[in-house]
Design a protein around this ligand. Structure first.
Ligand SMILES: NC(=O)c1ccc[n+]([C@@H]2O[C@H](COP(=O)([O-])OP(=O)(O)OC[C@H]3O[C@@H](n4cnc5c(N)ncnc54)[C@H](O)[C@@H]3O)[C@@H](O)[C@H]2O)c1
Length: 260
């Protein structure tokens, strides 16, 4: 990705043969993001701990898969090394893998707290740390992190998740400043309520249940959940030269949820 100043026309084929690594790409918004980049002609790497889901998406979009757990730094180093070995570069890293724990402070045990922090925070940091030296060498690269509305405002019953997403927002800002002169841009999307398997995770309801849909939508100004594609399109925008003057930004994609 060139870091272009002023007026320009990004080529229609901006992502052709670009190397794009997407974590959490076996499901939900990661899968939607991987599909969009593949449609743009990118060489996509589906990184996930779910081998079956990753294979399904990779077969659909003709991507490569790298299976493992982003909370382990050795795995993150290997995932970036494999993508660089295959394509010679890493142009875009999307840190989408994440987990949620629906519990208040008293109900959050050590293991639950550590799991959420290690996947959502360590995973973003380890993957980014592994990619940055290649991007510095290239003097170009883009990282897009998945924050959340719950990274900027509080919510009851999800304390570990809120803490983890607040940390993702701060990792985004701090690393963006670290590398602002290296041709590297680092931003985050902060989605609202999105219709993915995570919505029902830890609940006794499936995403399609009317009760869950109602519960989730009643507090949303636009009164509907997001489709994963509606977030993925913003990720692709942030990764593109259309966003050439954006770094360190946390971009809400939340139907007005945090406008109040
Ligand atoms: N769904 C929402 O409403 C919502 C809102 C705001 C932010 N988010 C964030 O968006 C991101 C994507 O969420 P989603 O709703 O698409 O979830 P999802 O559950 O559909 O997908 C998450 C993916 O991450 C993978 N994953 C989880 N832990 C992993 C690990 N340790 N290593 C590798 N892969 C791992 C899962 O296997 C899965 O494929 C997450 O970071 C989530 O916190 C979701």
């Amino acid at each position: 990705m060139s870091q272009t100043r002023g007026r320009f026309d990004p080529p229609a084929t901006e992502f052709q043969r670009r190397s794009v690594v997407v974590t959490g790409a076996a499901s939900g918004m990661g899968a939607a993001t991987a599909r969009l980049f593949a449609a743009e002609g990118a060489a996509v790497f589906v990184v996930d701990r779910d081998a079956v889901g990753a294979r399904r998406i990779a077969d659909e979009i003709d991507a490569r898969i790298i299976i493992g757990d982003v909370s382990e730094s050795e795995f993150c180093d290997r995932a970036i090394a494999e993508s660089v070995e295959a394509t010679g570069r890493v142009d875009v890293l999307v840190n989408c893998a994440g987990v949620i724990l629906r519990a208040d402070g008293a109900g959050t045990d050590d293991a639950g707290w550590k799991r959420v922090m290690s996947v959502n925070v360590d995973g973003v940091f380890f993957m980014s740390r592994a990619a940055i030296p290649h991007m510095v060498e290239q003097q170009s690269g883009v990282i897009v992190n998945f924050g959340s509305i719950w990274g900027g405002i509080g919510a009851a019953g999800v304390v570990a998740y809120c803490a983890s997403k607040g940390a993702v927002h701060q990792i985004t800002r701090a690393m963006a400043l670290d590398h602002a002169t290296n041709g590297i841009r680092i931003n985050a999307v902060a989605p609202g309520e999105v219709d993915t398997p995570m919505l029902s995770s830890g609940r006794e309801m499936r995403p399609s249940d009317a009760e869950l849909q109602e519960l989730a939508t009643e507090t949303i100004p636009m009164k509907r959940l997001a489709d994963p594609d509606e977030i993925a399109r913003v990720v692709v925008f942030l990764a593109s030269d259309h966003a050439s003057y954006m770094t360190g930004a946390i971009v809400p994609v939340d139907a007005g949820f945090t406008a109040r």
